[in-house]
Design a protein around this ligand. Structure first.
Ligand code: ZN
Length: 277
């Protein structure tokens, strides 16, 4: 069953990367002015100021920090690089705790030339290694499956099922899945996997945007909700039927949108959220 339209912005969150030209300060001010409290913070906007100061800014503004984006990138041929990834993920977890984020989103990684099965094993082992730190800092880890067009170099986890298999193996209330419609809308098992994630209490996050039919760039040409072919309201219906009541996080990488006036773009996001999500 399809979900009904939103009538307010209380469950809308925006990823800072959606408004890439803005600093964290500008995102906080821009979203606040637009009546949006939910924010997912990308690490690039923390770099100039540090997580502690960012945390204070976010708290002072009364923002609800959904997630820190992103950790992951576990697989590597060299042991030293695998260890560097572990260290970096621990830092991401610490930063998430400092800014009051409920979770770290994991883009799990892949290495050209490494068999995907080996990459998946290294991802599993990497998550197992950092999970105790996540638990100690009370930060959840959300595995985000990425569209298979990124299997070469960004993620060997391409379907909800692969994320589920890691969750089932490691079994922790601190480990779950970020369901991003851009990456998984095509999956014939999507509804089943969302239902399973609901039962297993691993449905941690829901990311929204749209798939432009005439995609011009594989990374930076995502559409605003309603600009593409994703049956967004149907998928949201599945997600809500599975018990998810968290934020609908708008995450759009778009060279075209980044060239716009960002305050006007936030107004477009609000309209698209209310009319098309
Ligand atoms: Zn996402």
């Amino acid at each position: 069953m399809a979900a009904s339209a939103f009538t307010d912005l209380s469950r809308l969150a925006i990823h800072t990367m959606t408004n890439k030209p803005w600093s964290l300060r500008q995102c906080i001010d821009g979203y606040s002015r637009a009546g949006i409290r939910g924010i997912s913070v990308w690490r690039n906007v923390l770099e100039p100021i540090g997580a502690r100061q960012a945390g204070k800014m976010l708290r002072d503004a009364g923002m609800d920090v959904v997630a820190l984006v992103r950790g992951g990138f576990f697989p590597a041929f060299e042991q030293s690089r695998r260890q560097a990834a572990i260290d970096d993920n621990r830092r991401a977890i610490d930063d998430a705790a400092d800014i009051g984020a409920k979770m770290v989103v994991l883009v799990c990684g892949a290495v050209p030339g490494m068999p995907l099965s080996e990459a998946r094993k290294q991802i599993h082992d990497g998550i197992a290694t950092v999970l105790p730190h996540a638990e100690a800092r009370k930060v959840r880890l959300a595995i985000e499956p990425l569209h298979p067009m990124y299997a070469a170099d960004r993620s060997a986890i391409n379907r909800m099922a692969e994320a589920r298999q890691i969750c089932e193996s490691l079994r922790s209330p601190w480990l779950g899945i970020a369901c991003d419609v851009y990456h998984v809308w095509w999956d014939p098992e999507l509804q089943t996997e969302i239902e399973l994630a609901g039962k297993q209490k691993t449905l941690f996050a829901f990311h929204i945007c749209d798939w432009r039919v005439e995609t011009r760039d594989l990374l930076n040409d995502r559409g605003l909700m309603g600009e593409g072919c994703i049956p967004l309201r149907q998928i949201r219906g599945w997600v809500e039927a599975a018990g998810f009541s968290g934020y609908n996080e708008v995450e759009i990488f778009s060279t075209q949108k980044w060239a716009m006036d960002q305050a006007e773009y936030v107004e477009q996001i609000k309209r698209a959220y209310l009319e098309c999500s």
